[in-house]
Design a protein around this ligand. Structure first.
Ligand code: ADP
Length: 334
């Protein structure tokens, strides 16, 4: 029986949840952020206080939500989860804030997408542990200050640069998450294979790690697809041949680029002659939101040197042309 896409999403979420490390020591890689966070949390614990607000910045799938959960569990606190887009009115945030208990960790995913009035309410709550609840409308409206218990906001954003300075300044600490080294991804994959009871050949683990765009979420997903391939088309063994074959079926290329990555590069080279061209034009040509192109595809393409950002827009590098097997237009006079 076919799954609806909502059911499929639900299954993916459940599969992800099962693989989340629960303690800071279990969290693989991100040495710098892990050390900074260990310090912040230990200091707060020894003062018997709740931790300072923490902002986690970096591309999707690098472990921001996981770290928020770890912060709560290391602080023996309960976790509340929400997201910028889920809070459409300041009133939604007021409702959440007024139910926060002493010491709680409030995780706000995609915090850069909070509506302006909610953002302003959040400044005050983070700084003074207070909300002003507006009662009534128009000239008769009055605002009633409500004091809040001390709690910790953990914000996650894919674009730290987009956060207004007043909001950024309210975080005592910002962890900048970077793409994972292949060796760290191998450890993530080996750990997941153990938890999922997959007997994974080390060479297959290396192959998956190399092709996971530096991202644990992708590594875990590809591991499950390699298992699928091994069960259905192979002899059950998650070996290197199964890994190669599965990655090909799921359109992950040898450099780890996926469909969207390649589609962005292809558009840039073929439709726009290699650029420079604006983000919006690229997004329209590939049929995605500019934010998706900018936060999902672009950071990895930039970091791997397939693309550069110039004041006049995005441009393809020689590596991009080469990777697509295309010849760059020759410069005049050459
Ligand atoms: P984000 O919130 O940054 O989008 P998540 O925290 O949801 O990312 O992580 C995505 C998946 O990757 C989760 O299943 C999580 O278990 C796994 N993961 C992320 N970081 C790590 C890590 N450092 N070690 C092990 N697994 C990780």
């Amino acid at each position: 029986e076919a799954l609806t896409s909502a059911e499929a999403d639900e299954l993916e979420r459940a599969a992800e949840a099962a693989l989340r490390p629960k303690r800071l020591e279990e969290f693989v890689g991100q040495r710098v952020v892990r050390e900074q966070l260990a310090l912040v949390l230990q200091a707060a614990r020894s003062r018997g206080a709740c931790a300072d607000h923490v902002l986690l910045a970096g591309p999707p799938g690098l472990g921001k939500t996981t770290l928020a959960m770890i912060i709560a569990s290391e602080m023996h606190a309960s976790l509340r989860l929400t997201s910028g887009p889920a809070i459409t009115h300041a009133g939604d945030l007021a409702a959440i804030l007024s139910s926060v208990q002493e010491g709680d960790v409030l995780f706000i995913d995609e915090i850069h997408r909070l509506a302006r009035p909610a953002e302003e309410m959040l400044y005050l709550a983070m700084e003074d542990f207070r909300v002003d609840v507006v009662v009534g409308k128009g000239a008769g409206a009055t605002s009633i200050p409500l004091s809040l218990p001390r709690f910790t906001v953990v914000g996650a954003t894919t674009r730290a640069g987009l956060l207004p300075a007043p909001l950024r300044d309210r975080f005592g600490f910002t962890g900048h998450m970077d793409f994972y080294e292949a060796a760290d991804l191998e450890r993530v994959i080996a750990r997941s294979a153990r938890l999922l009871d997959i007997s994974l050949d080390p060479a297959a683990g290396r192959e998956i790690a190399r092709r996971s765009r530096g991202t644990p979420r992708i590594a875990n997903r590809l591991l499950r697809r390699v298992r699928d391939w091994a069960q259905v088309r192979g002899n059950g063994a998650a070996d290197e041949a199964a890994a190669r074959a599965a990655l090909e079926v799921f359109e992950v290329d040898p450099r780890g680029l996926d469909r969207l990555d390649r589609s962005v590069l292809h558009t840039l080279c073929v439709r726009f002659g290699g650029g420079p061209v604006g983000l919006t034009s690229i997004a329209m040509a590939v049929g995605e939101e500019p934010e998706t192109v900018e936060t999902v595809a672009e950071p990895y393409l930039l970091r791997e040197g397939f693309l550069v950002r110039t004041p006049r827009g995005r441009a393809a590098t020689a590596l991009a042309w080469d990777h697509l097997g295309l010849r760059p237009p020759s410069a005049p006079g050459t």
